[in-house]
Design a protein. Structure first.
Length: 131
């Protein structure tokens, strides 16, 4: 059966309603395709059953194997893409491995919010868009 995701736009970014906005410091181990190994601290920004988003200081090569460690939980996946924000750093999208899916029962970030509970601002409901 096809997976049906509902999306919500928050501050110009599209979020799956099956994912949560969050904030938590995590340790990340990266194995780049060239063989280089890195260990960094990152901020977990978004998490869902099949993917997560990290905010880091430097880009991570697409295809890198990523291991996120926090509070005794290990999540493994692959870096899919990186988006640069001049003010914040690099947002890295990680697709979680099938045997490393996330659930709130397994791990709950320090700060977590479902986009579905964020009310749409009045200026969006009335067709006014800020640019």
């Amino acid at each position: 059966m096809a997976e049906h995701l509902h999306y919500k736009y928050i501050m110009g970014k599209q979020y799956s309603q099956s994912n949560y906005l969050c904030s938590d410091l995590v340790t990340v181990q990266i194995a780049e395709p060239c063989g280089r190994q890195l260990r960094i601290t990152a901020n977990l920004e978004e998490i869902g059953p099949k993917c997560l988003s990290l905010l880091v200081d430097s880009a991570i090569v697409a295809g890198s194997q990523v291991t996120v460690e926090t509070r005794g939980v290990i999540l493994r996946g692959q870096a899919r893409k990186a988006e640069h924000s001049q003010d914040l750093g690099w947002f890295i999208e990680v697709r979680l491995a099938p045997d490393s899916r996330w659930s709130r029962a397994r791990y709950t970030p320090a700060h977590i919010l479902a986009p579905a509970v964020i009310p749409e601002p009045a200026f969006c409901r009335h067709g006014v868009h800020l640019r």
